[in-house]
Write a protein that binds this ligand. Structure first.
Ligand SMILES: Nc1ncnc2c1ncn2[C@@H]1O[C@H](COP(=O)(O)OP(=O)(O)O)[C@@H](O)[C@H]1O
Ligand SMILES: [Mg+2]
Length: 328
């Protein structure tokens, strides 16, 4: 299952994605954690020291090798240089699975031992001021889109992505690559405005969006979120002393998280598990193609110098039937 946490900066995306990851790992499920935020904080939130976090390999820097691996023997893709972030897989492409060893994980993922369980972490890499211009910035986030488009995953195995806030994810198809999107919102007008904007973009693409209230302090906060968000409100995470202790440098065990907040994590998991029934491989693949064509026309064809539409394999659908390697 592919799951994203989005929302305004400071709303608690990193905090809640890290807790959700720990909750899943504690129950023994395979989890890949992906840090796709401009501010790379997921590693530290999962317990890495600043030095360890700084040493994480970056997907952005490994992009050429990642492309070369994923391209495999796909005859429609002439070379890694011809692959853009939206180039879809086709027959002959190499697909990724959550539980396996492959060269992409070997070079880019790092195992993290948690107090209960363990996960693998992939990070896009830190963004510099220059990156925010165009090319590099999008190639970093683009690596995540490419990976998700080549990832065949099943029930009870999870990729959890801590996403960048706001409209950057809409410049590409990245926001459509998840089975479930949790929008973290504080009970404030700004928190809600990010939700409205996201919902607007998401509507045309059947994005399954749920709001997770955060730092909720009492009945008035809850009433505010219910009023503004309606049925999209899935759960509310309270203002948490446990999170505050973490922020103060303590390493509180997950077991000691407030029971009501722990229950929220389980609600998110159950929602993720329900989302499995709504997955539609045809739609998922068709959307990848739509965004590939858009990117090809708006900049890709000009940049690469070929018609990138020719990379689309019309007979290919990314789906669970490939999990066991039938197409690999
Ligand atoms: N439920 C909570 N209770 C207390 N503090 C919280 C809670 N959620 C987040 N915080 C604090 O709010 C700040 C921003 O959270 P963070 O997860 O870094 O936000 P984001 O990733 O959306 O920018 C951090 O200092 C974090 O410790
Ligand atoms: Mg963050």
């Amino acid at each position: 299952m592919k799951i994203a946490f989005v929302g305004k900066g400071g709303s608690g995306k990193t905090t809640l994605s890290a807790l959700f990851i720990r909750h899943l790992a504690a129950a023994g499920y395979p989890v890949i954690a992906v840090d796709a935020d401009i501010n790379q904080h997921l590693g530290p939130a999962l317990g890495l020291s600043d030095d360890q976090a700084a040493d994480l390999p970056s997907l952005g820097a490994q992009l050429p090798q990642i492309k070369e691996y994923l391209r495999g023997g796909n005859p429609l893709i002439g070379s890694a240089d011809e692959m853009i972030k939206t180039t879809p897989p086709g027959r002959g492409s190499r697909l990724l699975r959550i539980v396996e060893e492959n060269p992409v994980y070997a070079s880019c993922a790092r195992p993290i031992a948690l107090d209960e369980g363990s996960v693998r972490l992939l990070a896009t890499g830190a963004f510099t001021e220059e990156d925010l211009g165009v090319a590099c910035y999008h190639s970093k986030v683009g690596a995540v889109e490419l990976l998700l488009n080549h990832l065949v995953d099943g029930q009870e195995e999870y990729v959890v992505t801590d996403m960048t806030a706001g409209s950057d994810s809409f410049a590409s198809g990245l926001f459509t690559r998840f089975d479930l999107t949790f929008l973290v919102a504080e009970p404030t007008r700004k928190g809600i405005s990010v939700y409205r904007q996201y919902k607007e973009y998401a509507r045309d693409f059947d994005v399954a969006l749920h709001v997770v209230g955060n730092k909720v302090q009492g009945p008035d906060d809850l009433a505010f979120l219910r009023r503004e968000v309606g049925d999209d409100l899935l759960a509310v995470f309270g203002q948490s002393d446990w999170v505050r202790r973490l922020e103060q440098g303590a390493e509180p065990p997950l077991q000691l998280l407030e029971p009501a907040n722990r229950a929220v994590l389980e609600t998110l998991k159950q929602q993720a598990d329900r989302a499995h029934a709504d997955r539609d491989p045809q739609r998922y693949t068709a959307q990848a193609v739509t965004f590939h064509l858009r990117n090809a026309q708006s900049w890709g064809n000009a940049k690469v110098g070929i018609d990138l539409g020719s990379q689309i394999d019309p007979g290919f659908v990314l789906g669970a039937d490939q999990r066991d390697g039938a197409h690999a």
